[in-house]
Design a protein around this ligand. Structure first.
Ligand code: ZN
Length: 351
């Protein structure tokens, strides 16, 4: 996730439960049978919000936190204190990223519970976890060289490759598939799966009409825009088109009066305003990108159009993926065009 704060003065969102942020190992009730847990994690975000839902014959957990002994210890504290002697029967992962899936295997083994997930994210997660450090694909090197990576950055990529699987307990062999629009009974209430695209292959959000809330994962965050990236595994993809379409779709089908339960940051009301702001942010970024490409630029040259903060070593990869996502979207809209030089580097300019 890249720091690209979308704050532009007035903030139309209303934040809720800000004085009831759960302490480590504690829960905060935010609706009937819906409990908020906050787990510590690395990086600038510093935390992830995960959810404990009272189910008919036990509990459902939505997202799991990162794969560390600290987080597992906090889960144990919660199990000891808040489960009323009932088991965790189901674990739902909103999407494949390891702050969400890190402890899926551990939880499912511990409780013999089912994993529920979208199909694309289940398999993509398995594939990424199977990458071995020694198997850096040459196509990925070509992809990042095309984006403008220096030899030093390419070495950095080689060193990072194959680490995904180390940051999670392996997923169970089998799972229950969640599809868009699916009805899921949790604790006798109707929850609807709403699938979003652009940040993950098939990101699951869970909307409960009766409770007037939505568990949004990373699909709808306050204050920051989720990373929307092109990856070497699908080098010509246009995830930004899908992302913007998802924001529009969510705004069309969801009522404006929901409480949004995001994976990072504060709970809030104002889902339509937030979706509009997310779309606007990318549209403005595309305009800035167009201006910047008055003279030819590589993907790694266009960060100033997209990010306010300085790009560090750790944010360089997601920033590059996000830059390419914007370039591909601009290319499909025919406002930018691309030419490759003799070294295989792509140079983007106004069409
Ligand atoms: Zn994510």
């Amino acid at each position: 996730m890249v720091d690209n704060m979308s704050k532009r003065g007035f903030d139309p969102l209303t934040y809720r439960f800000e004085d009831q942020i759960p302490k480590p190992g504690e829960v905060t009730a935010v609706a009937d049978g819906v409990f908020w847990i906050r787990m510590p994690m690395w990086g600038r975000l510093g935390h992830i919000n995960v959810w404990l839902l009272r189910d008919s014959d036990g509990w459902t957990i939505v997202d799991t936190g990162v794969f560390t002994e600290e987080v597992q210890g906090l889960w144990q504290q919660i199990f000891d204190k808040y489960l009323d002697g009932l088991p965790v029967t189901r674990v739902i992962a909103t999407h494949l990223h390891t702050d969400h899936t890190g402890n899926v295997g551990w939880l499912c083994n511990k409780w013999n519970s089912e994993l529920w997930m979208s199909r694309a994210d289940f398999y993509m997660c398995k594939v990424m976890a199977a990458d071995r450090p020694q198997d850096v694909p040459e196509q990925a090197i070509t992809f990042y060289r095309r984006a403008g990576f220096s030899d030093e950055k390419l070495d950095h990529y080689r060193q990072r490759f194959g680490q995904f699987g180390k940051s999670m307990d392996p997923l169970p062999a089998g799972y229950r598939r969640i599809t868009d629009g699916q009805y899921i009974d949790i604790g006798g209430r109707e929850w609807r799966a709403v699938i979003g695209y652009g940040h993950a292959p098939e990101h699951v959000c869970l909307y409960c009409p009766e409770l007037k809330l939505i568990i949004a994962g990373d699909q709808i965050l306050p204050k920051i825009t989720p990373n929307v990236s092109v990856q070497p595994s699908e080098p010509l993809a246009n995830p930004l088109r899908e992302w913007i379409a998802s924001c529009n779709h969510f705004r069309d089908i969801l009522p404006p009066t929901l409480l949004v339960l995001p994976a990072h940051g504060s709970l809030f009301e104002g889902i339509h305003e937030r979706l509009t702001a997310l779309i606007d942010w990318h549209e403005v970024a595309l305009e800035k990108l167009y201006e910047l490409c008055e003279t030819p630029k590589r993907a790694v040259d266009v960060f100033p159009a997209l990010f306010k903060s300085e790009i560090t070593d750790s944010s360089y990869f997601p920033a590059t993926g996000e830059a390419i996502a914007h370039l591909h979207c601009a290319q499909e809209r025919r406002i930018l065009r691309v030419e490759e030089d003799d070294d295989g580097v792509a140079w983007w300019r106004q069409a």
